[in-house]
Design a protein around this ligand. Structure first.
Ligand code: UGA
Length: 440
């Protein structure tokens, strides 16, 4: 089967490479010539563990091009994997998806199944079908199917090759059969349903996970007040298989390109239909507050950060990615700078992207030691392994005031108790081995 993929972001490129790994011939299309040149040279334009190795393994079945017409004209299947970013009002920006749909309509010269992988609001597949049918340059049949993506950044390759489920939303037998054929070698349960239900499965899954995180964060905040330990609480809850033990890590809130955008988009859509999604609204509100949790905690130690050396460990929204979209650091670092702090920041892969946004005003460091040197306070925003494996003794050795605010609960409290620091994390007791008064 000849497959074309529109868009080479996380969804498009990972899907293309994984389908090539399954033996399909795949052409990946992107408008960005630089990205295409990199991919042709076997270099992944996104940081995703294992992706380049898989690209190298399948180069004979992979093509990369900016020439969409050539890629689409005789394809049996075209996957749409372009972005649907958030608009100012919270709704999804569908201009890239509709743009690709028009290009497809003008290019295809034979019957084709169009598969929408981008996360799109419920009802969009129908609109895409109408748009393509009304712009067709040739007399061909098109069948539009929804096939949402459930990969996570950082584990995208294995999430795709070992998918938890494959959701196929179709309105006709032809699209259903073609997609079943594409995925026949994947060992995953298939959910075949209507397009609208498939679109809803994607939003409902992401919004439920976001809600789970906001819920545990609220409980963590209460644990801090009443002196309980959120890790023990989550552990105890997780043994109930109806709850499950995943996505119960309390922290400074969810970021990334999906949960913030997809919660707001579904909430916006419901509002538009005069229906209020109260739980999703709560997840969004709790998350907005949670992002500022560490900054608020810093007020326990300093009335202001003015003139202080602030060490920031981790810039990306989670480990395993250089993606900064909706990362808590994007709201926190500007506030620290406004407060007068001298910010030093470290991240193993996120510095280049952060520098594009903040070329000045932040002292970027290439080791944790350099970042901590003479710092008055340290904020941990991302649970990179380098942070989790960092020798705790070094905080007191290197920092001027060893005050560590950990937004990702990187350390076991028992180990923290053995070193001379003030350690304040999320939903757990504050350890103050310095016997220093809390407000400096
Ligand atoms: C998320 C979903 O997990 C994927 O299933 C989905 O396919 C993807 O969105 C998407 O729609 O494309 P992703 O955004 O890559 O994947 O990252 P996650 O691992 O889900 O993490 C999202 C955020 O939640 C991160 O900021 C992470 O730190 C936070 N998180 C996650 C917590 O705060 N606590 C947890 O227990 C888990």
């Amino acid at each position: 089967m000849k497959i074309a993929i529109a868009g080479t972001g996380y969804v498009g490129l990972v899907t293309g490479v994984c389908l090539a790994e399954q033996g399909h011939s795949v052409t990946c299309v992107d408008i960005d010539e630089n990205k295409v040149a990199l991919m042709k040279a076997g270099i992944s334009p996104i940081y995703e563990p294992g992706l380049e190795e898989l690209m190298a393994h399948n180069m004979d079945r992979l093509n990369f091009t900016t020439q969409f017409k050539d890629a689409y004209k005789d394809a049996d299947i075209i996957f749409i994997g372009v972005g649907t970013p958030e608009k100012k009002d919270g709704s999804a920006n569908l201009s890239y998806v509709y743009g690709v749909a028009e290009q497809i309509a003008r290019s295809i010269e034979k019957d084709c199944v169009i598969v929408v992988k981008s996360t799109v609001p419920i009802g969009t597949n129908e609109k895409i079908e109408d748009l393509i049918k009304s712009n067709l340059a040739n007399n061909v049949n098109v069948y539009v199917a929804s096939n949402p993506e459930f990969l996570s950044q950082g584990t995208a390759v294995s999430d795709t090759l070992h998918a938890s489920r494959i959701v196929i939303g179709v309105e006709d037998e032809i699209a259903s059969e073609v997609l079943k054929e594409v995925y026949k070698n994947f060992n995953a349960p298939m959910v075949v349903t209507t397009r609208k239900s498939a679109e809803m499965i994607k939003y409902a899954s992401n919004d439920f996970l976001a809600l789970k995180i906001s819920f545990i964060n609220e409980i963590a905040n209460l644990c801090e007040i009443i002196g309980a330990n959120i890790e023990d609480v989550a552990n105890g809850m997780g043994y109930d298989s109806r709850i499950g033990n995943k996505f119960l890590n309390a922290g400074i809130g969810y970021g990334g390109s999906c949960f913030p955008k997809d919660t707001k988009a579904l909430h916006w859509l419901a509002n538009f239909l005069d229906h209020e999604l109260k739980t999703v609204r709560a997840a969004i509100d709790v998350n907005e507050n949670q992002k500022l949790k560490l900054f608020k905690k810093s007020r326990k130690y300093f009335n202001s950060l003015k003139g202080l050396n602030v060490a920031v460990l981790g810039l990306t929204f989670k480990p395993g990615t250089d993606d900064l979209r909706d990362a808590p650091t994007l709201v926190n670092i500007p506030i620290m700078i406004d407060d007068g702090a001298n910010v030093k920041a470290w991240d193993p892969v996120g510095i280049d992207n952060f520098k594009k946004l903040y070329p000045q005003g932040i002292n970027y460091c290439y080791s944790i030691e350099e970042t901590l040197k003479d710092a008055d306070i340290c904020f941990i925003f991302t649970e990179w392994d380098e942070v989790k494996n960092f020798d705790l003794k070094n905080y007191s050795k290197l920092m001027k005031n060893p005050i560590v605010l950990d937004g990702r609960n990187c350390y076991d409290l028992r180990s923290v108790k053995n070193v001379k620091i003030i350690y304040d994390s999320i939903g757990r007791e504050t350890i103050n081995s310095l016997e220093m008064s809390l407000l400096l």
